[in-house]
Design a protein around this ligand. Structure first.
Ligand SMILES: [Zn+2]
Length: 469
């Protein structure tokens, strides 16, 4: 997905008029999403209690009509809605939420009873939803514009959010970050939507959470499968490091990316985070209630202060976004430069609190990084595999012996000159940076089988999902 900023509405339309229209459409999407969930639940309840025989299908048309009736009842004039058409398809997040909820309700009786008794709330959508934009297959025939560069160099798009005439928008193209610019150019290079180029798929419009004056266009796209000369046997292993954010190694040992490469990026994020923490602390110190205090007793002051910390948290998350993009980019570039056809990284399933103390620190950040790597790697025709990380930090990447005691505690208590302990194989005496050693292990195509075999040999018990890395 590429994120592009809307610079202004094109033609005669004023910003105010445009933003009003978007807000109106968004309100409808938001009401529709919530209506959809409650209708679905009602039907489920009726079916479960035997009032109806089968679960009927909800059509978007029926829901739209129901919503329209609601809005009219609430005093909104019919004419004011006429401009806003129904959204052709059920937006994907509504569908997602419904299927999730339906499965949850069906498989757990307690959940359903919880709702009946008023203990569990139905899932609700909040106001700031992304607005799904219809994307018809052949808009050109209808004189409509997909993302297109026009003669004066601007990039324009028709937003099919309402009835014709659709608002046309100009996108911001100056100061785009590298990857968004590259995607945009590739999309613009393929106006015929041909299969061997990048194709525009869906659009969404979303208001900036921190700056309500800014609106973003999210573009999802397809890209052609790449035929590569990449060799599947050349494997890149990635480890979330202790001393540095990431360690990247090749299975043939030819090259690595580590401390010196990632440290500057990591430091920047770290300093941002400590600034954020300090500001958050000082902001909250002023109030009589701390964060864990009883919300019911807290006044407006607390709320206002929290708003500011939320904005800060948004910024720090944004910084991590950017950081993760840069990490992912370096990893994939590294793989490409060395002709690697496979990237292996840890499957987070078995990785519990082990991320604490690393730069990424939180699971979702690592998840996000993995997603970014996956996306960029696939565009480059590189396969991404996730492997069980069990013992990958404790295996000697040279002889395969598992140094069972080499866990986090060991690394912390055996510091050398203030630095985390180096890996030293008790059997062959191979010495290495512990992060490099782990990455090197992860770069092994058969790592899971190798470790299993070695465990058996050394008599190490391997339990189901034990989170031992
Ligand atoms: Zn060894």
């Amino acid at each position: 997905m590429a994120k592009l900023e809307i610079l202004k509405p094109a033609g005669e339309m004023k910003w105010k008029e445009f933003a009003d229209l978007l807000r109106k459409v968004r309100y409808r999407v938001f009401r529709l999403a919530n209506l959809c969930v409650s209708e679905k639940y009602l039907q489920f309840h009726q079916w479960r209690t035997g009032q109806i025989d089968a679960l009927p299908k909800l059509s978007i048309g029926k829901l739209n009509k129901r919503l329209r009736d609601f809005l009219v009842e609430e005093g909104e004039k019919n004419e004011s809605q006429n401009r806003i058409c129904k959204n052709g398809a059920l937006p994907s997040y509504i569908v997602d939420a419904l299927s999730k909820y339906k499965i949850g309700a069906l498989t757990s009786k307690s959940k359903w009873q919880g709702v009946v008794r008023g203990k569990t709330a139905l899932p609700t959508f909040r106001g700031n939803l992304a607005i799904p934009i219809r994307c018809d297959h052949s808009p050109r025939k209808a004189g409509l514009r997909r993302l297109e560069r026009i003669s004066n160099g601007d990039v324009e798009l028709d937003l099919m959010v309402c009835l014709n005439p659709y608002p046309r928008v100009v996108l911001k193209t100056g100061k785009l970050d590298g990857s968004a610019l590259a995607v945009l150019n590739r999309l613009l290079d393929n106006p015929e939507q041909s299969l061997d180029g990048y194709r525009q798929r869906c659009f969404e419009v979303c208001q900036d959470r921190n700056d309500p004056k800014r609106w973003w266009l999210h573009v999802t796209y397809d890209f052609p499968a790449v035929e590569t000369k990449a060799n599947k046997e050349i494997v890149v292993g990635i480890d979330v490091g202790w001393a540095c954010p990431l360690y990247v190694a090749l299975n043939n040992g030819e090259a690595r990316l580590g401390y010196w490469h990632f440290k500057p990026l990591g430091e920047r994020a770290k300093s941002l985070e400590s600034q954020h923490l300090a500001r958050r602390r000082s902001m909250l110190r002023g109030g009589k209630d701390d964060l864990a205090g009883d919300t019911a007793r807290s006044g407006h002051g607390r709320r206002r202060r929290l708003k500011a910390t939320e904005i800060l948290a948004g910024r720090i998350n944004h910084a991590y976004d950017t950081l993760n993009h840069q990490f992912a980019k370096s990893v994939v570039e590294f793989a490409k430069n060395h002709g690697a056809g496979t990237i292996q990284m840890e499957d987070l399933g078995g990785l519990k609190d082990d991320l604490q103390g690393t730069l990424l620190g939180q699971r979702w950040r690592y998840f996000q990084l993995q997603e970014f790597i996956k996306q960029k790697a696939e565009e480059a025709g590189i396969e991404v595999r996730k492997v069980n990380p069990r013992y990958t930090s404790r295996r000697c990447s040279k002889c395969g012996y598992i140094h069972v005691d080499f866990d986090r505690k060991y690394r912390d208590t055996h510091r050398e000159n203030g630095k985390t302990a180096r890996f030293k194989c008790p059997k062959c005496e191979f010495k290495a940076d512990p992060d490099y050693n782990a990455a090197k292990n992860l770069a092994n195509l058969d790592i899971e089988a190798l470790i299993k075999r070695q465990c058996r040999k050394q008599g190490i018990a391997v339990r189901g999902d034990e989170a031992v890395t």
